[in-house]
Each structure stands twice: as structure tokens, then as C-alpha cells.
Design a protein around this ligand. Structure first.
Ligand SMILES: Cc1ncc(COP(=O)(O)O)c(C=O)c1O
Length: 284
């Protein structure tokens, strides 16, 4: 298996992670997941922009330019000969000894690793949807940074898993923020509501695309907070991420949404999203 290691593409066996790497010791790092279809990335520019924005927010300097990073990621995809799958890229603040919470000086270079794996598109699930639970959002207050420190997210996802659900919808004091690994939106009376960007959610690349689709389709969107009560009373609910696209939610805490069927607005957005992918990556 080929992987990115700092500025090179190497065999996985060649990679050595130091026990004093700050990603390993502190969770001091950031990441991105980019989807590829038919051997082409979808939304690469937006993902790389967000990676560098996350880096800026934690005062980390990635040595490569954005263009060099895109070239490295594209080389990994091509050399791995993967058609449809996910590229995971992470950058940690590098190796510093002795362990010290204070950031090391800028001469310490980040450790960059990247892997790509085949993950087929689940067209069936995009039509039928997923089961969810609601969970308190116990995460920190800088959720706009795509941090590798994901304990709050994985604890919520694990809770969902224990309850035979696939995703956890998070709320802070009754205001729905996002899901453990996706953004979330509701539809009520033909209007879409989704939490505005800011410190409480990750600004999703998939969300950027479906917002554009909604605009093109003339569907009204209100980027404003909504409550758990509104969630439970919605006509349709969907979540979105790079790996699951526009995904209907058919059950929340054991209660079905829209009789357990994908709603018409969710379906329109999912179809429009697929067309956007096909414009970049060919037929899927
Ligand atoms: C917490 C969280 N919110 C939202 C998203 C959706 O982001 P994107 O559409 O860029 O994948 C993700 C994706 O992993 C996520 O982990």
C-alpha cells in the first residue's frame, strides 16, 4: 500500500511514527477526507482550502503550498490505482521532545501522512436512509477546526452504534448543531433549515455543494439554528458529508421521519448532488 509521508509517496512499511509526535501525544493535528470517483477527486480545492484554514486556526505552518499538496494527493490516488474511495490526509504539529504543551518553534516541521482506500458509493442507502439517535453535544467550542482530537465525536457515534443507529444528531441545550461525522438539516413546509457556520459546527464541503444545488433548484434555505422539537416535527431530515453525500434520515430516537421514506426535497438535492459529482468525475 502506498501512502503519503511528509513530502513523499512511500510504501506503508517505510513510515515511522515517533512516540513523541504531537499528534500521537496530544491529538495536536488536523485532517481532511476527500472522496474520489472514477479516479478523480470531488471538491479537492475546497478540502485543501479547509485544511490550510484549520492549520491557520491552530498556528500550524504546512510546509507545502496548496498546489504542492494537491499534486501529492493526486499522485497518491493515481499511484494507488484507486477509482472510488476516500483519501485521508492528516498533519500533526510534528515531533518535539521533551513533551511540553507549549507549541514548539516553527523549525519543527509537521508530520504529514495520507492513505487512500477503496470505498464504493452506497446508492441504495442514499435512497433509503439511516437510523439516528439524539445526543448532547459534549465537544469543545472550536468545532470549525477539523481537529484529529475526536473523542467527543467518537463517543457520540459509539452511543449510536450501541443503539443500533448509524449516526448521532448532536444538540447543545436543545439546539441542534450537527451530527458526529456529518452536517444535518431539516425540511419544514418546503424550507430547509441548517445550523449556520461558526464555532459550533464544521463548515462542510458537502454542505457548500448542496447549498448551491438548493439555490439552483429555487429551494429556500435558512441557515439558522433549530431546536430538538423542530427536528422531531420536521417533514424531512437529512445529513451530509463527503463519504455519504446527501443522506436521508428515516428514524430519530426510534420514531420515523416522513413515514420512513426519503422526502421529495432530500431526493431532489441528492439527485442534484450526484449530477455535480458527474460533472467533475464522470458517470457514477
Ligand atoms: C463533525 C462533522 N461535521 C460535518 C462533516 C461534513 O463535512 P464534509 O461535508 O466536508 O465531509 C464532517 C465530515 O467528516 C464531520 O466530521
Amino acid at each position: 500500500m502506498k501512502v503519503i509521508w511528509n513530502n513523499q509517496i512511500v510504501d506503508r512499511e517505510e513510515v515511522r511514527i515517533d512516540p513523541e509526535d504531537r499528534g500521537y501525544q496530544f491529538g495536536d493535528g488536523i485532517y481532511e477526507v476527500v472522496r474520489a470517483y472514477n479516479g478523480y477527486f470531488f471538491g479537492l480545492d475546497e478540502h485543501v482550502d479547509r485544511l490550510y484554514s484549520s492549520a491557520d486556526k491552530i498556528e500550524m505552518k504546512i510546509p507545502q503550498t496548496k498546489e504542492e499538496m494537491k499534486t501529492l494527493m493526486t499522485r497518491l490516488l493515481n499511484e494507488s490505482d484507486i477509482q472510488t474511495g476516500n483519501l485521508y490526509l492528516q498533519a500533526t504539529r510534528g515531533i518535539a521532545s521533551p513533551r511540553n504543551h507549549v507549541y514548539p518553534d516553527m523549525s519543527v516541521l509537521p508530520t504529514i501522512t495520507g492513505t487512500v482506500t477503496t470505498v464504493p458509493r452506497d446508492a441504495h442507502k442514499i435512497e433509503t436512509g439511516i437510523t439516528t439517535i439524539t445526543e448532547p453535544d459534549i465537544r469543545w467550542l472550536k468545532c470549525d477546526i477539523k481537529s484529529i482530537s475526536l473523542l467527543g465525536n467518537i463517543m457520540a457515534k459509539h452511543e449510536a452504534h450501541k443503539n443500533n443507529a448509524e449516526e448521532a444528531i448532536l444538540h447543545r441545550d436543545g439546539i441542534v448543531t450537527e451530527c458526529s461525522a456529518s452536517n444535518v438539516a431539516i425540511v419544514k413546509d418546503d424550507v430547509i433549515y441548517t445550523h449556520p457556520d461558526g464555532h459550533l459546527i464544521l463548515p462542510g464541503v458537502t454542505k457548500i455543494v448542496w447549498l448551491a444545488c438548493a439555490k439552483e433548484l429555487g429551494i429556500e434555505v435558512k441557515e439558522e439554528p433549530f431546536t430538538l422539537a423542530q427536528l422531531k416535527d420536521a417533514d424531512e431530515v437529512f445529513c451530509s458529508s463527503t463519504t455519504i453525500e446527501v443522506m436521508p434520515i428515516h428514524t430519530i430516537d426510534g420514531e420515523t421521519v416522513n413515514g420512513g421514506k426519503r422526502g421529495k426535497i432530500t431526493a431532489k438535492l441528492a439527485d442534484a448532488f450526484k449530477i455535480k459529482i458527474e460533472e467533475t468525475c464522470g458517470e457514477i
